[in-house]
Each structure stands twice: as structure tokens, then as C-alpha cells.
Design a protein around this ligand. Structure first.
Ligand code: COA
Length: 157
């Protein structure tokens, strides 16, 4: 996948990328919030992990978890210096397009209730909060479950 507007590519990850994703996550999240090696490996070998590349440099990633009728965005992140430049928008448009193409019209995710940036980002793509998940991340750290409701605007995204 390519974008003419920004020089980014999205590519499915393979086993050679596991350590790179471990490293990337450690730059992005608090150690307690990083996935263990085996989780990352599992997403990659099941073909549910994508890398985001800027000038061939890995700068972000996302994991998708397909259920019978619903696609769940399990994790998404970009390195700090690449945020708020429209790259996340490009990535999310690709996730939605891919999910629609695979026949999913329900897309869900979880997010910390204090992650206002991400919540605003998801709302821009018509995700709405459907549930508050008490102590979802750890005791005292709640989550929101958000669902994407397709509209005529973003169906063709
Ligand atoms: C969430 C994330 C992927 C968004 O990617 P991004 O490239 O920064 O997003 P974009 O530049 O495309 O911005 C899209 C919209 O998100 C919202 N947004 C992005 N950064 C924001 C900020 N700092 N404050 C408020 N809203 C913000 C805005 O609505 C923005 O739309 P606008 O540009 O029209 O105002 C990125 O911020 C990130 O990697 N965050 C850290 C990891 C994380 O929290 N992941 C989610 C875990 S559930």
C-alpha cells in the first residue's frame, strides 16, 4: 500500500520483524503496557500484524484480531515523532478498508479512558464508546470499549 500524500507504506510483518516490534513497543509504551514477546510472535505468525514504514524505516505497527463477525483492533501505535502528522489517519483508513474488504462491518477496540488523544483519533473515524470497562488495564485504570459504525462516508475510505 502506498500514499501519494505522505511517503509511507504498510506491510504485513513476518517472523524476522518480531524483535523490531519488541523494540518499537518499548519506545512507545510504558514497560507494563508492552506485549510479551510470545504475544507479538503469535500475531505475526498468524498474519494479523502490520508494520508502518516511513522511508523504509519501521515507525509504527498494528495488530488486528478477527472474530466471526467483528474485527478488533488489538493494538496500534506510531513512534512519538511521527504522530499528529496524518500518518495515523492513513493507517486507520487502511484498517477500515481492509476490514470492509474482508467482510467485517463491526470493528471494535479498547482504549484507556485517560488516552484522550487516541479517543479523539478514534472518534474521528466514527468509533463510539459503548462500554466502560472497570479496571480493564489494571486496578484503577479503566478502559473504554469503542465500536465503529460504518457510514456512507467512510465505507469507501
Ligand atoms: C493514536 C495514534 C495512532 C494517532 O495517530 P496520529 O498519526 O497521531 O493521528 P493523525 O495525525 O492522523 O490525527 C488524526 C486525528 O487524531 C486526533 N489527534 C491526533 N493527535 C492528537 C492530539 N495530540 N491531541 C488531540 N487530538 C489528536 C485529531 O482528531 C486528529 O484529527 P485532526 O488532525 O483533523 O485534528 C497516535 O497518536 C499514537 O501512536 N499514539 C500512541 C499509541 C496509542 O496511544 N495507541 C492507542 C492505544 S489504544
Amino acid at each position: 500500500m502506498n500514499s501519494n500524500k505522505v511517503n509511507i507504506e504498510i506491510k504485513k510483518l513476518n517472523k524476522n520483524n518480531i524483535k523490531n516490534i519488541v523494540r518499537l513497543e518499548s519506545k512507545m509504551f510504558h514497560p507494563d503496557e508492552c506485549f510479551p514477546y510470545h504475544t507479538i510472535r503469535l500475531f505475526i505468525i498468524r498474519g494479523n500484524a502490520w508494520g508502518v514504514y516511513y522511508n523504509r524505516e519501521l515507525i509504527g505497527y498494528y495488530f488486528l484480531l478477527p472474530y466471526k463477525k467483528r474485527m478488533r483492533i488489538y493494538s496500534i501505535g506510531l513512534l512519538k515523532e511521527y504522530r499528529n502528522k496524518g500518518i495515523g489517519t492513513f493507517v486507520m483508513e487502511n484498517i477500515l478498508k481492509y476490514s470492509y474488504e474482508q467482510g467485517y462491518h463491526e470493528i471494535s477496540l479498547e482504549v484507556r479512558t485517560d488516552n484522550t488523544t487516541a479517543i479523539n483519533f478514534y472518534k474521528k473515524f466514527d468509533f463510539i464508546v459503548v462500554e466502560r470497562l472497570k479496571d480493564y488495564y489494571e486496578k484503577g485504570i479503566d478502559g473504554y470499549r469503542m465500536y465503529h459504525i460504518p457510514t456512507s462516508r467512510n465505507k469507501t475510505a
